[in-house]
Ligand binder design. Structure first.
Ligand code: KIV
Length: 256
């Protein structure tokens, strides 16, 4: 799974053969320039989901329910999940464990598949007191294990495990009958997810330990745009091959 936020990122990830495109609320940090994911709304998420859907990918599109779109009541949550489906998502994702099972069940009753998300859940950054690995001691690990069972029992078809120790992620994966998708959860999950901008070296934030940069496109992009600017300043761009040349008659009429 890779995150995608617009038509180009959806198209490129789909062409690369990924199975799942997550229109993540990380769009807040990666594209919209916010400091955290608490700033994006359901309207933002619907707009980005629709843009990814316009790539008509073969991959499953997961629409991420943003903070406060499923916290106020189940009716509200179902309506918001439906708006992501109408925008083109094949399912929705939400953060949290046992506390979220009524919402998961309500969305499932509307025939919308739900992906869970446990561990370092960025929408809980204020409650967690920062972005910290979760489930490090036995009590916290047991709570996460219980939460994973609660989500699976409620009907989630898969669970993202973010920022948890490898042995805990492997244990949850072994115990659950549904797939887990890890990010900062070690190699023992069924799948893995990375954020598009992290994977491609397009971000401007320090990379987390769990990120592997498969390219450094940011440097390439800055270098290419710098060459364009230099060519414009020197007059080397545009050249004859990038110019619609006027015919002789027009030139004469213009007095050239
Ligand atoms: O929004 C997002 O990018 C996510 C992934 C980190 C799983 O939720």
């Amino acid at each position: 799974m890779v995150t995608a936020y617009d038509e180009p990122s959806g198209r490129l990830c789909d062409a690369a053969g990924v199975d799942v495109l997550l229109v993540g609320d990380s769009v807040a940090n990666t594209v919209l320039g916010y400091p955290d994911t608490l700033h994006v709304t359901i309207d933002d998420m619907a707009r980005h989901t629709a843009a990814v859907a316009r790539a008509t990918p073969s991959a499953l599109i997961v629409g991420d329910l943003p903070w406060m779109s499923y916290h106020v009541g189940t009716d509200d949550a179902v309506r918001n999940a439906a708006s992501l489906v109408r925008a083109g998502a094949g399912c929705v994702k939400l953060e949290g464990g046992a506390i979220r099972t009524p919402v998961v069940e309500a969305i499932l009753q509307a025939q919308i598949p739900v992906m869970g998300h446990l561990g370092l859940t960025p929408q809980s950054v204020l409650a967690m007191g920062g972005y910290r690995v979760q489930g490090r001691d036995l009590d916290a690990a047991k709570l996460l294990l219980d939460d994973s069972h609660a989500l699976a029992d409620a009907g989630c078809f898969a669970i993202v495990l973010e920022g948890v120790p490898d042995a805990l992620a492997a244990r949850i994966t072994a115990e659950l009958g549904i797939p887990t998708i890890g990010i900062g959860a070690g190699p023992g999950t069924d799948g893995q997810v990375l954020v598009f901008h992290d994977l491609l070296g397009l971000g401007n934030r320090p990379l987390a330990k769990f990120v592997r940069e498969y390219a450094q496109l940011g440097m390439l992009v800055t270098e290419a745009i710098g060459r364009f600017a230099a060519d414009v300043r020197s007059g080397a761009f545009p050249g004859a091959e990038e110019t619609y040349a006027a015919g002789a008659d027009l030139r004469a009429a213009l007095g050239e």
